[in-house]
Design a protein around this ligand. Structure first.
Ligand code: PBG
Ligand code: ZN
Length: 321
């Protein structure tokens, strides 16, 4: 085997997996208010921006050659029915409109979920402590339409209610948005790796947990059913989330399905690398490139990652051994 490892050129010649900037999606957090750039403590390098300062971030994104962002909004006002989620002048809708005006070629993926917008922090409507399924679907449809009307290119439902992909597909088609793809968070696990994100998006549930709608980390076969249902309901791209602790699920999905697969390298995965790197215990660049290569090798074409801007810098440096 060592014959194929004798020089950088030979190694590159037989290399099977290569990270491409066009694979990456960078998450962006936009918050209600003016002149805001808030550091997210648990995610060094990640900030919440108000719409009027969003260009600072977008300028970096476009200069570094990132082609797609995933947008999360943090409203100033939250209530039981997530009113701001489908307000056409809500913070997320205004941000999307601004971005598409200024950067028309940037792919804007809108996360669709109610947890940032509900007073209780759950991803759906709540009655008597239960998360309601079908009542929630109506709001997810309204939210999706308002975001596509604002200019969103792709809709990404992350709520894990049953039947939401089909409902959203139908709602978009009825409005003639037949060309807007749905990237479904299909196999989304109830994961402790989302901890830092809940600070970034101010979306921690005020009671209980998300185990009645997000998946149990012990289950892989069930993930295949989730993905199959989303495909049957019209998902164009299917996602596994988190990524690194679920590489087996990504792999299995890529073997079974021909749909484009996305994986979300989530906040906790990012924060752990950042913390160890800041301590000087690991080589950040090498670790990140190894992790992203592993996610792609497992079968994900699209990788959502907070490391995207750093990766862009590293890839533009001299081609490494
Ligand atoms: C909202 C949502 C979450 C993430 C993406 N969309 C959090 C959650 O479900 O609690 C997590 C992203 C991350 O941790 O980076 N439903
Ligand atoms: Zn949610």
């Amino acid at each position: 085997m060592r014959r194929l490892r004798t020089s950088p050129n030979i190694r590159a010649f037989v290399r099977e997996t290569k990270i491409d900037l066009r694979d990456l999606v960078y998450p962006v957090f936009v918050i209600e208010g003016e002149n805001i750039k808030n550091a997210v403590e648990s995610m060094p390098g990640i900030y919440q921006y108000s719409v009027d300062r969003l260009d600072e971030e977008l300028e970096r994104v476009s200069r570094k050659g990132i082609k797609a962002i995933l947008i999360f909004g943090i409203p100033g006002y939250k209530d039981e029915k997530a009113s701001e989620a489908y307000n056409k002048d809500g913070v997320t809708q205004r941000a999307v409109r601004h971005i598409k005006e200024k950067y028309p070629d940037l792919i804007v993926i809108a996360d669709v979920c109610l947890c940032e917008y509900t007073s209780h922090g759950h991803c759906g409507l709540v009655r008597n402590g239960n998360i309601l399924n079908d009542e929630t679907l109506k709001l997810l449809c309204k939210m999706s339409i308002s975001l596509v009307e604002a200019g969103a290119d792709i809709i990404a439902p992350s709520d894990m209610m049953d039947g939401r992909v089909g409902a959203i597909r139908q709602a978009l088609d009825e409005k003639d948005f037949i060309n807007t793809p749905i990237m479904a968070y299909s196999a989304k696990y109830a994961s402790a790796y989302y901890g830092p994100f809940r600070e970034a998006a101010d979306s921690a549930p005020k009671f209980g947990d998300r185990k009645s709608y997000q998946m149990d980390s012990a289950n892989a076969k069930m993930a295949m059913r989730e993905i199959q249902y989303d495909i049957d309901e019209g998902a164009d791209i299917v996602m596994v989330k988190p990524a690194l602790a679920y590489l087996d699920v990504i792999k299995e999905a890529s073997v079974r399905f021909d749909h484009t697969i996305a994986a979300y390298n989530v906040s906790g995965e990012y924060s752990m690398v950042k913390a160890a790197a800041n301590m000087g215990w690991i080589d950040e660049k090498k670790i990140v490139l190894e992790n992203i290569t592993a996610i792609k090798r497992a079968g994900a074409k699209i990788i959502i990652t907070y490391h995207a801007l750093d990766i862009a810098d590293w890839l533009s440096e001299k081609e490494q051994e």
